[in-house]
Design a protein around this ligand. Sequence first.
Ligand SMILES: C[S@@+](CC[C@H](N)C(=O)[O-])C[C@H]1O[C@@H](n2cnc3c(N)ncnc32)[C@H](O)[C@@H]1O
Length: 340
Amino acid sequence: MKLWGRILWTLLCGPGGRRGAPQGWGLNSWKSHSSLPGMLSATRVVRHWTQVFEERGIPEAQESSEYIVAHVLGAKTFQSLKPVLWTEPLTPKQLQCIQELCSRRLQRMPVQYILGEWDFRGLTLKMVPPVFIPRPETEELVEWVLEEVVQRPPALVAQSGPLILEVGCGSGAIALSLLSQLPQSRVIAVDKEEAAVSLTRENAQRLQLQERIRILPLDVTSEGCWTHLLPWGPVDLVVSNPPYVFHKDMGQLAPEICSYEDLVALDGGEEGMDIITHILTLAPRLLNASGSIFLEVDTRHPELVSSWLQSRPDLHLSLVAVRKDFCGRPRFLHVQKSAP
Ligand SMILES: C[S@@+](CC[C@H](N)C(=O)[O-])C[C@H]1O[C@@H](n2cnc3c(N)ncnc32)[C@H](O)[C@@H]1O
């Protein structure tokens, strides 16, 4: 280990350079080495923590290290820091803060929870465990919905609307990004988890979008739940990134997910269809004639949903389009209501 690394290691871990569990790391060592932290630049600290993360098998070692250091220095990314801050010595307070945040990463906490916020389609959303962290592919679902809305007759879009129902709003990522892009739209956002409902509410307020969103605690599997939504409808669109992971695949999820995110947000039951089928059953009662449902799903779902819909002609729904994600996997569904 190079000299600066040994100094930093001593500062962070105590004189013994403990490599065990991150608990009880040597914060007291600041006192005895108070003149040394000034020697450590952001670039060196990033390099150090990248190495520590790599040695401990932490995924995305460099990205994690860069995000944490940038965050402590008041930026979103390391690359967006003023170049002078890459080489300027960090203060003891900054080093201590970086240490605290990096020790959480060593315990496999996702970076998004460590930073307490994350960007989704240009909106900065507050993140609080265990509420689901929005994933990049969901940005593509939103993009597709926006494309479809823009193709509607101008009069319909310009007057008021569309009115959108989002099922399973989590942090509010989908609902709030649609509202921010569609100034005439309104959203009803529901989630069965109180933590998600209150986080969506807080994010709506932070983004000043609270006037056009109604956020309700609702379990879409509960008997007659659609009656609670009727007074707010009828809606033009239903959008959802529901829990869709096949139950047998839950065991393969990364420790970051299993230990910190709400598994209710992921587990879709035996074939990942439990919540999807409830949404498809509920939607026709709430949708306008020719209204649409947009869903994010697993790659096995286009076929499963298509055959499930054929078995339920009473719902008057058809799968009209399937879209691939940026990895080329079929992940998004457009289901449309047709006249009875
Ligand atoms: C995959 S997360 C999606 C969160 C957010 N829309 C996003 O894309 O980041 C699924 C969400 O559905 C919610 N959920 C799960 N079961 C539900 C149910 N029966 N009724 C309503 N919401 C449910 C979870 O609490 C979670 O917030």
